[in-house]
Design a protein around this ligand. Structure first.
Ligand code: SER
Length: 878
């Protein structure tokens, strides 16, 4: 069965059992401080379990792109070494939100596996939670009883908290689970060792394929469990492992999810991958296999993350993506001998394979390829430099052990991977001081952990069961009540309080636009709100000071001035997006944006630097629409499909509901949750202030509107006025500047002629001052010339004959300078070197310089040192 069909049958099965099929959420999470990436199917539904939001159906099924590369669930370092772990994988899942529970979930799982997929029952084992007295959670008798109806009792295993109590992270919804494991070993192996004894024992062919979690609890920040308001089901089945079982393979990498990618790597590298069926492979082949698995696994994670809008970078989620890609590049570099970028070529294969189900990878194939190619090229350069530096470290090493601190420096400053360092050292017969390396690493971790420490208390709920409403599209003030409060203590921001209201006019940071600021006002006090952010479905208002009385009514007031400036920048961003697509082409896609009261920043896909004309065209396009005074047409709550059909632009990597909000100004129509002007006239004027590259194929424009444009032009006018005054108020400034330039050129010419004369005269008088010392014609003297004059003079004197060693000092415009000339013969015979001379004498004038052995100069800061420098010059000939 092809993997495409495996996926389809899963979704069809649950659709026929009343489940709504939804698309995968983007792989990169927004608005969730506890999680960087989607690490499980349930992450996007967390708020439904907690009761903070209402699902659109209480039965849902999907396949979710997951990444387990950070936080509680992290498989990164295992990937490649085994045949069944991945960075990115698809998780097939079905959910009940307060609807069905254990009976239905278990029965459907069994029916799908054994009747639809036809996995022989004798290949399956299941596990049930044994209970945990410390947590006060009993043995899961109910699940046991349901399974007993379906499967022999001796195929049911009791599991402990580690294996059979599922938690998404340190906090959040959790509960006991029941796993299904499949034994895909050969009949001979099964006869020798029972499958039951291998469950949960890291056997590559006795693996968990499906986890059914019965969500009943919420893990609080203090570590305790509280009962959730309702009981839910969260299941997750590993798609790639299921394909392995159904395609009769013993490795995920031998399924059609991976074979096309592997074939491409083989074609590029000329190396061969051996399937898991091939036994007794050489050590060399094993290394090749591991490296190929690393590459084909990691390219999926990186490509999908980029397609969902997460570019590799030096911080946060972007850094994790960069590290995954670098791990792949390094395995290629060391074990596949790839010294040129090659991973990017796999994107086409991936797009071909998965583009039908995940269109984001197909439509952004070019961009993803470019970004990966650029990252590869730059990391390969780093590896090259690192190799050189490592050579130096080795050369300086006395003994056989290379310093761990030095290796850490290479790792930390240049991103040179430590295992590569160790490997190269081993090949050269050196050892790495691993303890030293680990100590340096630990020290740095402690430092950065301390810097990023955040402790978040549990909510204190003042009004339970309230679902906060956002009223900010219509109002900037509202009567509110506080529903919950939480204290957050972070090294970065100190102590802050987060407040949730029953309703709020405050816009939470999102869609690039910064969160509103403002106040909460009661009869007795005014509380400053310094920021507003979203966390899943909650809108959090940040304050440094808690109200004295939290139970009274407040008026929430948004700072209108700031909001209005941001909204002008936001609406201008939409117009600019439209302008870019119309002027550069529809390959332009938004790749990130920032909108605040001061300016707007917009990243987009485009392959070349924009020309001055294009930038002007974009400005004109936007300003024309400002002048047309286009009214805002805001449509709330229209069906997603209808909005897109009407031409609204949706972005990859954004999670949209079934019903969306569309913002229209004339022909510009975007799905957007932000705050906008009522009429484009409010933007007043739009001005681009910079354009540049942020990554391969991604450009960035920064621009300003309204008050900032006024300030911008005012500052230009100011400068111009100052220039005018400095030029003594001419009628025509430009003419005045031009005539000054002409005057200047004339004077420069005259000076050059004068200097030439002076050089001639000086030459005549200086010839007499040359002394002979030890067979060298020597002169060291300060002359009243500019640096060019000194150079001319040195050459003039040098041309007179052989054996001249000359040091001239000048102090033109109070800048001391030494000029040294050494005849070629002296360079060869007496080993005199002008470069070395000026470096040493340069110390006296507090400066330095260099040049060639026969001519060099040094500039400095200390005019008073000239005399001493000239006196010392003679020592070179003595
Ligand atoms: N949340 C569970 C898991 O990820 C089941 O979906 O394993």
């Amino acid at each position: 069965m092809k993997s495409q069909d495996v996926r389809k049958q899963f979704l069809d099965f649950f659709a026929s059992n009343g489940h709504l099929i939804v698309p995968s959420a983007p792989i990169v999470l927004k608005d969730d401080p506890t999680l960087m990436f989607n690490n499980s199917g349930m992450a996007q539904f967390k708020e439904y379990f907690l009761g903070n939001a209402t699902p659109k159906s209480n039965r849902i099924a999907d396949t979710q792109k997951c990444l387990r590369v950070s936080g509680k669930h992290n498989d990164l370092e295992d990937v490649g070494f085994d045949t069944y772990h991945h960075t990115m994988f698809e998780m097939l899942g079905n959910w009940s939100f307060g609807d069905y529970f254990k009976k239905e979930a278990i029965n459907w799982a069994w029916q799908l596996l054994t009747e639809v997929y036809k996995i022989p029952k004798e290949n399956l084992y299941v596990s049930v939670f044994e209970g945990n007295p410390d947590e006060n959670v009993p043995f899961d008798q109910e699940a046991w009883d349901i399974w007993k109806e379906l499967i022999d009792e001796d195929r049911i295993i009791l599991g402990n908290k580690k294996d059979n109590f599922w938690e998404m992270g340190d906090q959040g919804p959790c509960g006991p689970c029941s796993e299904i494991h499949v034994d895909i070993r050969s009949a001979e192996e099964k006869a020798l060792v029972s499958g039951k004894s291998l469950v949960n024992n890291d056997h590559p062919q006795v693996v968990e394929i499906w986890n059914n979690v019965f969500m009943e609890f919420n893990r609080k920040a203090d570590g305790s469990l509280e009962k959730l308001p309702a009981q839910h089901v969260d299941t997750g089945m590993g798609f790639e492992r299921l394909c392995m079982a159904l395609q009769g393979k013993t490795s995920n990498y031998d399924t059609d999810v991976f074979t096309p990618l592997i074939e491409k790597v083989e074609q590029i590298t000329g190396l061969k991958y051996t399937s898991n069926e091939v036994l007794n492979i050489s050590e060399e082949q094993n290394k090749t296999n591991i490296a190929i698995r690393v590459v084909v696994d990691h390219v999926r994670a990186v490509a999908f993350a980029i397609a969902d809008g997460q570019l590799p970078s030096n911080t946060g989620a972007g850094y994790v993506i960069r590290r995954i890609l670098r791990r792949a590049i390094r395995y290629g570099f060391t074990f596949l001998n790839t010294k040129e970028p090659f991973i990017n070529q796999l994107v086409a294969v991936l797009a071909n394979q998965m583009g039908e189900f995940f269109p984001e990878i197909k439509s952004q194939q070019q961009l993803v390829t470019n970004v990966i190619r650029e990252e590869e090229a730059s990391f390969l350069r780093t590896l090259d430099q690192g190799l050189q530096l490592l050579e130096n470290v080795v050369a300086e090493t006395k003994g056989a052990t290379v310093s761990g601190t030095k290796a850490f420096e290479l790792y930390d400053t240049f991103g040179f991977p430590i295992d590569l360092t160790a490997l190269i050292l081993r090949e050269k017969g050196f050892e790495l001081d691993e303890a030293g390396f680990n100590a340096a690493m630990q020290e740095q971790k402690t430092r950065s952990r301390a810097a990023s420490e955040v402790s978040t208390e549990d909510w204190s709920v003042l009004i339970p069961g309230n679902v906060e409403t956002f009223v900010g599209y219509d109002q900037s003030e509202s009567d509110v009540k506080i529903t919950r409060i939480r204290k957050v203590d972070s090294k970065k921001d100190g102590i802050l309080y987060q407040i949730v209201l029953d309703n709020t006019p405050f816009y939470p940071e999102g869609g690039g636009q910064v969160g509103d600021k403002g106040t909460l006002v009661s009869a007795n006090e005014t509380i400053e709100i310094i920021d507003t952010k979203k966390e899943n479905n909650l809108i959090l208002h940040f304050t440094k000071q808690l109200p004295e009385n939290v139970n009274v009514g407040f008026v929430a007031k948004v700072n209108q001035d700031l909001r209005s400036l941001s909204s002008r920048n936001h609406s201008a961003t939409h117009l600019m997006h439209q302008a870019l697509r119309s002027i550069l082409g529809t390959h332009v896609e938004q790749k990130g944006s920032l909108v605040n009261p001061n300016y707007l920043r917009f990243d987009f896909s485009h392959f070349a630097k924009m020309t001055e004309t294009e930038l002007q065209q974009v400005e004109d396009f936007v300003n024309a629409r400002i002048q047309e005074q286009l009214p805002l047409i805001e449509r709330r709550n229209i069906p997603f499909a209808q909005a897109v059909q009407e031409g609204a632009m949706a972005l990859f990597g954004e999670k949209y509901g079934d019903h969306v909000r569309a913002i229209k100004f004339g022909e510009s129509m975007e799905l957007c949750g932000g705050i906008h002007v009522k009429n484009t006239a409010e933007i007043w004027h739009f001005k681009i202030v910079s354009e540049g590259a942020v990554a391969a194929g991604i450009r960035r424009i920064e621009a300003i509107t309204s008050d900032a444009v006024k300030a911008h032009f005012a500052s230009y006018e100011n400068t111009l006025n100052e220039v005018k005054t400095a030029l003594k108020n001419p009628q025509d400034i430009l003419k005045a500047v031009h005539s000054m330039q002409e005057e200047n050129a004339k004077l420069t010419k005259q000076i050059e002629a004068l200097v030439k004369d002076k050089v001639k005269n000086l030459k005549a008088s200086l010839i007499a001052e040359i002394q002979e010392i030890n067979g060298v014609q020597f002169l060291a003297k300060q002359v009243d010339l500019n640096p060019e004059g000194a150079k001319d003079l040195a050459y003039e004197l040098g041309n007179l004959g052989n054996n001249l060693f000359l040091v001239l000092a000048t102090a033109d415009e109070e800048k001391p300078m030494l000029t040294c000339y050494v005849s070629k013969e002296l360079v060869a015979e007496k080993n005199l070197n002008a470069g070395q001379v000026v470096r040493e004498l340069g110390k006296f004038i507090q400066g330095g310089g260099g040049g060639q052995p026969f001519f060099a100069t040094a500039g400095g800061k200390n005019v008073a040192g000239i005399q001493q420098a000239l006196e010392k010059a003679v020592e070179f000939v003595k």
